[in-house]
Design a protein around this ligand. Sequence first.
Ligand code: PHE
Length: 341
Amino acid sequence: LKAKYLDAIGAAADEATLEDLRVQAVGKKGEISLKMRELGGMSPEERQVAGPALNALKDEITSALAAKKVALADAALDERLKLEWLDVTLPARDRRAGTVHPVSQVWEECTAIFADMGFAVAEGPQVEDDWYNFDALNIPSHHPARAEMDTFYMHRAEGDNRPPHVLRTHTSPVQIRSMQAQGAPIRVIAPGRVYRADYDQTHTPMFHQIEGLAIDRDISMANLKWVLEEFFSAYFGTSVKTRFRASHFPFTEPSAEVDIQCSWEGGTVKVGEGDDWLEVLGSGMVHPKVLSAAGVDPAVWQGFAFGMGIDRIAMLKYGIPDLRAFFDSDLRWLRHYGFSA
Ligand code: PHE
């Protein structure tokens, strides 16, 4: 009996087999337990021999079971350690780092160049009051410029008859906000997101502008031209001429659209050389009505303002033909243009 169980325990390959053996041998109805029950029917002499022998057998089998159980657990652990072994000498897995988005890069670069010329950064909300986006900029309710702007309107609650908020269509409302906050003299730029319902190769419903505003006692279009030429030369890293074309904006008088000098070579634009021109911004002398709306006295103060597309000049600098690609978040595209690791 002893040999039978000890052999079987030795050969058991898993815990379930071991448990079966335990039940068979020393379980309530196990072979050894039954034999122990027979002790009652024996003569005292027989019992004195058989009793201790059976007890010893039971102890021996019980401890053999326990020892085998530990051995099986050890073997299982060894197996796991072998499987989960880690080779620390293997090369590390490639981890790509994120980088600053091209539009953010250009945004920061513009801010730095204007900061060198003494312009502070101003901000305003993207969900704007229509008074700031339009009225204060001399664009009254039924002015055609409102219709032309492809404005996104925010709906008011039912029964609320105040004019709706808008997603700002340009950064010009920041002119009003910063003059209200700071008065004159003032020299600020306002980079930010703007929104218009428009979508094609050169238009996306969200895009970025940078507004410039300089108000003082003695500011003219000549100062504007100098600031812009300084800016473009610093930004493109080469001397860039500008051309002013008479234009019209409700919030400036006179108004000018500004082109930069460039050449077209087989479809690619090179800024700062050649005799072609590329429109890059709108500008002018801030309209007296705009100064008044912002609480600045037009009899004392005057100055220029301009608004330029950040994405537009980013496309020019990096030779990117489709504006929409900026906002697709396609890593292959970003890597192709060297904007991501
Ligand atoms: N806000 C104008 C636009 O978005 C640009 C502009 C700004 C023109 C400031 C003149 C002065 O087109």
